[in-house]
Design a protein around this ligand. Structure first.
Ligand code: HEM
Ligand SMILES: [Cu+2]
Length: 557
């Protein structure tokens, strides 16, 4: 496939014959009944519905987080009893991971943007797309039913043998997560096929926006790893209900087998959560540095590299499970390779900003936060990967801080950046830039104030998932809870001005950021079939703000 050099309208992209002279309603108003939303096959409406649901789940998960942080304000009992505390941190993890982090960016922005970025009218399988949303909701309802009727106290990692013996309601929650897995697989499958078959003429593999590359790599992991999680969750449910004995040594089973199967999914799954963020940020860094992305192919291939190596790193969660020194060494080296691919991306993002004409808008503020959390979170990961340092840090707050910095920090930054960057495209309105920057600053500060104390606590030896702690840990715990409150304030402010902007915001132009991404070639908000009139011409590279070879001066808008 050679890049198309044609400057004519692309053949085969003919608008429906009767569309020429009519008014084209945007996807938001093309059908206003509830049914026209609930049964829609339009990827954009499905994306918006995903967005609404994941925001709701984020609110639920966030409420649990605040309960946990409030409980830890004092060394002894504060607001809840020990069992409720165990349930609260478990539900916080389960809701945030399975109902927010995994579906958030692919479900909301992947669905909305992928077809637009490929010049397609929809995803390859629109019905499967709608089904994936409903599978998520069905799984969520089953899990939430379980949460209300008893809850679960195993932690989000469901480790056996405890998870097969606890009297809390494990079965419905794990079964809910099992169903959610199918939603994730359906989304991934759809994106893979869409990327292979629906690219408009002119969009070759190496002219795909980097967000599409990242979604593609994510989709590969979703399709390959999620079935293993589904299997292992079902086995735990089976152990609970029918006492199979697969993880029970008394019956010849092995509890460590659970850890292998769980992390074989859950390590790659952390990249299901973070690769989409990398993709969002690759778009944003180019758009707001007004410069062509530095090292396009390196950024694209490193996503695939991360996806591949991520499958061989799971053993780093099991350094203290009794694995041999040889195994630990192998997993240590393989784990560090992930750091290498991530570093490739970091250098390319920084190279993109270098000598760019930075337009410091809200999405760029989140990019800065993202870079910082990724680098520091990633480096603590590499420290963990040395195996020796992992021994004292394992199962302390240091782990909690590590994965919140990299996984949650990066994903929240990207999620917020994506909302602000694509808000005009999705809803046709502009948000208030000043408030955007204020809340970005609060969120970034609040995040640091929450998790830097947790690094220190973990290093000082405070174990994770404990209800009570010695008094000497209190100051840092108070600091962390204060940080979490600041974080919550930042989110509340964002929610207020974004909802305000939905109704009263200034009308957005079709390309308010003067962005080169293909999704900006259509109106804001886009019409139902994405384009009116002749399909846009995709001859330029998607991040072609300025040719780095020829440019002496930073690009002016
Ligand atoms: C430079 C890359 C990274 C390296 C070398 C690394 C390494 C590690 C290691 C060795 C552990 C085990 C710590 C322990 O439990 O004792 C760990 C835990 C964890 N990491 Fe990373 N990590 C990296 C990046 C990431 C990313 C990108 C994410 C998520 C997007 C992530 C999410 C997690 C999670 C969720 C856990 C702990 C899960 C739990 O026990 O609850 N890590 N990491
Ligand atoms: Cu891992």
């Amino acid at each position: 496939m050679s890049p198309s050099s044609s400057t004519e309208a692309v053949p085969g992209a003919v608008p429906a014959p009767d569309e020429h002279h009519e008014h084209h309603p945007s996807y938001l108003v093309d059908g206003t009944t509830v049914k026209s939303w609930l049964l829609t096959l339009d990827h954009k409406r499905i994306g918006v519905m995903y967005l609404i649901w994941v925001l709701l789940f984020f609110l639920i998960g966030g409420t649990y987080a605040l309960v946990v942080r409030l409980e830890l304000l004092t060394p002894g009992p504060t607001i809840i009893d020990a069992m409720t505390y165990n349930r609260a941190f478990t539900m916080h993890g389960v809701v945030m991971i399975f109902l927010f982090m995994i579906p958030a960016i692919p479900g909301a922005f992947g669905n909305f943007m992928l077809p637009l970025m490929l010049g397609a009218k929809d995803v390859a399988f629109p019905r499967l797309n709608l089904l994936s949303l409903y599978l998520l909701l069905i799984g969520a309802m089953i899990a939430i039913w379980g949460m209300i009727n008893g809850g679960m106290d195993t932690g989000w990692t469901f480790y056996t043998p405890y998870s097969t013996h606890t009297t809390t309601t494990v079965a419905p929650i794990l079964f809910g997560a099992f169903i959610i897995g199918f939603s994730s697989i359906a989304t991934g499958l759809n994106f893979i096929v869409t990327t292979h078959t629906m690219r408009a003429p002119g969009i070759t593999w190496f002219k795909m926006p980097l967000f599409v590359w990242a979604m593609y790599a994510t989709a590969c992991i979703q399709v390959l790893a999620t079935p293993v999680l589904g299997l292992v969750l079902l086995l735990v449910v089976g152990e609970q209900l029918f006492h199979f004995g697969i993880f029970d040594p008394a019956r010849g089973g092995d509890p460590v087998l659970f850890q292998h199967l769980f992390w074989f999914y859950s390590h790659p799954a952390v990249y299901i959560m973070v690769l989409p963020s990398f993709g969002v940020m690759s778009e944003i860094v180019a758009a707001f540095s007004r410069k062509n992305i530095f090292g396009y192919r390196a950024v694209a291939f490193s996503s695939l590299g991360i996806a591949f190596v991520g499958f061989f790193a799971w053993g780093h969660h099991m350094f203290v499970s009794g694995q041999s020194t040889f195994n630990a060494g192998v997993f240590a080296v393989l784990t560090m390779l992930v750091g290498v691919f991530t570093a490739i991306k970091v250098f390319n993002w920084v190279g993109t900003v270098y000598k760019g004409a930075v337009d410091f808008k809200t999405p760029f503020a989140y990019f800065c936060g993202f870079l910082y959390f990724t680098v520091f979170g990633g480096m603590t990961g590499v420290a963990f990967a040395t195996a020796s340092l992992d021994v004292p840090w394992h199962d302390t707050y240091f782990v909690v801080a590590h994965f919140h910095f990299i996984m949650v920090g990066a994903t929240i930054m990207a999620f917020m950046a994506a909302i602000h960057y694509w808000f005009p495209k999705m809803f046709g309105r502009m948000y208030h830039e000043g408030w955007g920057l204020v809340s970005a600053a609060l969120i970034i500060l609040g995040f640091n104030a929450t998790f830097i104390p947790q690094f220190l606590l973990g290093n000082a030896g405070m174990p994770r998932r404990y209800y009570e702690y010695p008094e000497r840990f209190q100051t840092l715990n108070v600091a962390s809870t204060a940080g979490a409150s600041l974080l919550a304030l930042g989110f509340i402010i964002s929610a207020i001005y974004l909802v305000y902007a939905l109704v009263y915001g200034e009308k957005a132009a079709s390309n308010p950021w003067h962005s080169k991404g293909y999704e900006w070639l259509t109106e804001s908000p886009p019409p139902t079939h994405n384009f009116v009139g002749p399909q846009p011409i995709y001859t330029e590279e998607p991040h072609f703000y300025v040719d780095p070879e020829k440019a002496e001066e930073p690009y002016e808008v």
